[in-house]
Ligand binder design. Structure first.
Ligand code: COD
Length: 300
């Protein structure tokens, strides 16, 4: 059982060379700090793509030197993202990281049919949280890419996340499919999808995980709450992964955990040709560093 994001280090690839990471639109202080730290620890070999003057200026304020790192100077942030994506497309690096650019601009470049990083699979966002009040790391998906996933898309999102758990040696993660209530309510679509996903899992149509749903957030993460409501479930209170009904619920939960619960988080996009470090621009340097660890661990 993983309890701390720092434990992700044990899954870093055992290759002689560090993983090559491209930071796209690099003029972001927290990203620069996280990338330099990961480089100093030998986790990655970075390539910066962005406004060099601004990026070096920010690094100077942080008393960090970027002299020994490769740099492609591109003052326009959108063009920097396109150049970064193309570098990955040409297999010049193994991990992509979002710097100071809007999420949807970054994702549109990643999805570009000509030079993007599509695999034919659905791409989705996966976040892994370390919350002081929970007994293990907990995954949350999708809080940042798929806006209102249908049932097929939820299956793909689930499979992407389960793949990451499998890489972290958790072979059968417990998945709670969230709703506002734990009974099926025909007026609440999230509960209908949750019941279908549970049944598909029981019938072996979705494998390598144990799904229960609908579960409300309290009984998904609290055994006491589940007992109180007399819910008999192997997942309730011991969830590894929370499947969100849509991006709004997911994004509010992400930010509530970070801002109210002071949780630590690592997050990335799964399903592209390479792992993509995609954090919120307001995330801390530590969150960006932990996200690099997660992406590097899943690149192995
Ligand atoms: N996986 C694979 N292919 C996809 C996906 C996906 N998740 N989403 C779209 N595509 C493909 C489609 O099949 C199509 O071929 C092409 O991409 C364009 O599809 P559209 O027109 O539906 O998508 P876009 O380009 O308008 O938008 C895609 C985004 C990912 C940009 C969009 O869904 C989005 O804005 N998501 C939310 C991002 C966001 O603002 N997050 C904020 C959280 S901080």
């Amino acid at each position: 059982m993983l309890k701390k994001l720092d434990e992700l280090r044990q899954f870093l690839p055992k290759t002689a060379k560090p993983i090559r990471l491209v930071l796209a639109a690099s003029h972001d202080a927290h990203s620069i700090g996280a990338v330099v730290r990961a480089a100093e620890e030998g986790v990655i070999e970075p390539l910066f793509v962005g406004d060099k003057e601004k990026t070096v200026g920010l690094a100077d304020v942080m008393q960090l030197s970027l002299k020994k790192f490769q740099f492609i100077d591109e003052q326009d942030a959108e063009q920097a993202v396109i150049k970064a994506v193309k570098l990955i497309h040409e297999k010049k690096a193994e991990v992509l990281m979002k710097g100071k650019i809007g999420t949807s601009i970054m994702l549109k470049a990643v999805l570009n049919k000509e030079y993007g990083l599509r695999t034919g699979k659905l791409l989705s966002h996966f976040a892994l949280f370390e919350v002081e009040t929970y007994h293990k790391l907990i995954g949350v998906t999708d809080v940042a890419m798929n806006i209102a996933p249908n049932l097929d898309e939820k299956i793909a999102i689930l499979n992407n996340a389960v793949g990451i758990f499998n890489k972290l040696n958790i072979q059968e993660p417990k998945v709670a499919v969230l709703g506002a209530v734990e009974q099926v309510n025909t007026s609440m679509n999230a509960t209908l999808d949750a019941a279908l996903l549970s049944k598909m899992n029981q019938r072996g149509q979705i494998r390598n995980c144990l799904i229960d749903g609908p579960l409300a957030f309290d009984n998904a993460i609290s055994a006491e709450s589940a007992r109180h409501k007399e819910i008999k479930s192997e997942v309730a209170g011991d969830t590894d992964l929370l499947l969100m009904p849509d991006i709004e619920v997911g994004n509010v939960l992400y930010k509530s955990l970070v801002f109210f619960a002071k949780a630590k988080v690592a997050s990335m996009i799964v399903g592209a040709t390479v792992p993509i470090v995609l954090t919120s621009r307001s995330d801390s340097e530590q969150a960006k560093f932990d996200s690099i660890l997660l992406a590097a661990a899943s690149a192995s």
